[in-house]
Design a protein around this ligand. Structure first.
Ligand code: WT7
Length: 576
């Protein structure tokens, strides 16, 4: 749709969607006023839930929920207010208070959202974890954050039982189950039973803008995942980016397909839409082409935020499927997480009769930074232009801005409301983001064209992006080394038409072990169970030994170059 067509369809959006106007009159202060957070003390849970329960939105559905077993539930803003108040009382009775870390290891159940709101009301810090994680990933996060309480299901708890003894700071486990009053181990409590008796009124904790709200762990090149820390002040960015980049309005039914264990699911699958008082739909099930189209059809989804991998899979499943569903309700589609191929946009135009708007951001940026907005012509293959109030640039290693068309480091001027505030317990790794004076560096390389659009080139580090999931090679290598047969491991991302990249591991075996496809499969399974289902190497290559620098670091760059048949570049530091 071009600008005129959009404006014809949504005349009320004229001012909101005009990119030039957005820029000219933009200030974060104005956004703050629009959201109505004037004073010093705030709570995002109030702005996203309780506030709406005092207005005409009180009986508006905040959450349409569908389980994989076909259960359909819905919750109004008023209902979510009451349930999260009860839940906050319940967590308080377990000793949770301001600043405590409460981690969630749950499927996308309504309870996941209720608990997240409740944790914010208590002034505590939530740590949502993806339900595909294995025990190692859960242990690393709970250890680093020194979490006091874990909220999970009996089934998922079983998966992590083996590492619980390594978590001395963990005091309680809250079990969410359909059952009530089942047999509990010491320190475990039943969510359902406690909720029944919890009082309905809760006086929420009023927070400073800079008080922490949640921790999301993300990968870098080296070391364990980093606890990216976000604060209540983030809401300024969430509110306005949701409204302007996802083009959300009061009459929308919005679906973000991401899990809250990833930042997209936390920010745009919960806080952002609710800050705007929008109804959202959640499907707690695995990706399934028919199910997804059925969901759009039966819930009349209007705005859809998803990922290139999912779109590529839908594309692969064939256009005839699309024709079997009524997807007329859709009016706006956005994508995030990986480069969005122009072919996918073209296909979307054909089958949905809508363009797909790419958006670029990171766990660390907390909100959309660059996007193909509703009102600017989409340039297929580009990430779009910077959001109002965001200064993005392509710089060299000294911090100089490079001319248009030159590849360089994608950097942002620090200071937007949702920028990460710290890396939990690791000031050094926080400072690495600001190594180039005056800039926040993203780890991505990109270029800018003469019209101000940004184009993604690649990662400047070894971080792997598989199906939009960020995976650090170091984590996979560490997990591989825990396997009894593995002596050395080097892990790279290998280009893949569907998943963007897949994880490939080069493995040198210990004395006494011989390469075989059975052993390969065993190792894959091992990583799937220990680390995470999405982070296992789909490809394994056994080798005698791995290329290392003289200081003993595995040269992933060399492994990758060899694998892809590219020039090996500078190998002066290679050990003989
Ligand atoms: C990295 C951030 C916050 C969104 C989910 C991922 C890559 C993200 C795009 C895009 C090309 C993209 C970048 C970025 N990425 N969006 N539109 N085009 N690449 O968040 O896990 O923190 O990963 O994902 O490499 O740095 P994340």
């Amino acid at each position: 749709m071009n600008k005129t067509e959009i404006i014809n369809k949504h005349p009320e959006a004229f001012n909101l969607i005009c990119y030039e106007d957005q820029h000219k009159n933009f200030s974060w202060e104005t956004v703050k006023k629009e959201l109505g957070v004037g004073g010093n003390k705030v709570n995002i849970a109030y702005e996203a839930i309780d506030k709406h329960a005092t207005t005409w939105r009180k009986n508006k559905v905040a959450l349409y929920w569908e389980g994989s077993d076909g259960t359909h539930l819905k919750y109004t803003f008023q209902e979510l207010k009451i349930l999260s108040d009860k839940c906050a009382n319940m967590l308080q009775s377990l000793g949770v208070g301001k600043g405590d870390r409460v981690f969630l290891f749950l499927p996308r159940l309504p309870e996941l959202f209720i608990n997240m709101i409740a944790i914010a009301k208590l002034g505590a810090i939530s740590g949502p974890m993806f339900s595909a994680f294995g025990p190692d990933a859960v242990r690393d996060r709970l250890q680093n954050s020194e979490a006091k309480v874990l909220i999970t299901t009996p089934e998922l708890k079983e998966r992590v039982d083996a590492v619980l003894w390594e978590l001395p700071k963990l005091e309680r486990i809250v079990l969410v189950s359909v059952k009530e009053d089942y047999e509990l181990e010491e320190g475990n409590v039943c969510y359902k039973t406690l909720m029944k008796d919890a009082p309905e009124r809760f006086e929420m904790e009023w927070m400073d803008m800079e008080d922490p709200l949640y921790l999301l762990y993300t990968s870098g090149t080296t070391g364990k995942p980093k606890g990216i820390t976000h604060v209540h002040n983030d809401m300024i960015s969430y509110y306005i980016t949701t409204k302007w980049s996802l083009d959300l309005r009061d009459d929308d039914i919005y679906w973000c397909t991401a899990d809250p264990g990833w930042v997209t699911g936390t920010v745009y699958g919960m806080w952002g839409p609710w800050l705007n008082g929008v109804s959202m739909y959640i499907y707690d099930g695995r990706f399934d082409v028919n199910k997804w189209y059925e969901a759009i059809q039966s819930y009349k989804i209007t705005v859809w935020y998803t990922a290139p991998t999912a779109l590529r899979m839908l594309m692969k499943s064939g256009d005839y499927l699309v024709a079997q569903y009524d997807l007329e309700s859709l009016r706006y589609i956005c994508s995030v997480g990986e480069p969005l191929n122009p072919e996918v946009i073209k296909w979307g135009m054909n089958v949905y009769n809508l363009p797909i708007h790419d958006t670029w951001w990171q766990t660390e940026t907390g909100s959309i930074m660059i996007a193909n907005y509703p009102c600017i012509p989409i340039k297929p293959g580009s990430m779009g232009k910077p959001f109002p109030g965001i200064k993005a640039a392509i710089i060299d290693s000294e911090g100089n801005e490079l001319p248009d068309g030159h590849h360089g480091i994608l950097a942002l001027k620090p200071g937007w409301p949702s920028m990460l505030r710290k890396v939990w317990g690791d000031e050094g790794r926080f400072n690495e983001y600001f190594n180039i004076t005056g800039w926040y560096t993203t780890g991505d390389t990109a270029y800018k064209d003469e019209e101000g659009y940004f184009w993604f080139v690649g990662r400047a580090d070894d971080v792997i992006n598989t199906s939009g999931h960020r995976v650090g090679p170091f984590e996979v290598e560490s997990a591989l080394l825990e396997h009894r047969a593995v002596a050395e491991a080097g892990v790279i991302g290998k280009p893949d038409p569907e998943r963007g990249e897949i994880i490939k591991a080069f493995i040198a075996l210990k004395e006494g072990f011989k390469p075989s496809s059975e052993l390969g499969e065993e190792i894959k399974k091992f990583i799937k169970h220990h680390l995470a289902a999405h982070a296992y190497p789909r490809e394994i290559e056994f080798c005698e030994n791995l290329p290392k620098t003289r200081s003993g670091k595995i040269m992933r760059r060399l492994l990758k170059a060899k694998d892809l048949g590219l020039p090996t570049g500078d190998i002066s530091t290679l050990e003989d």
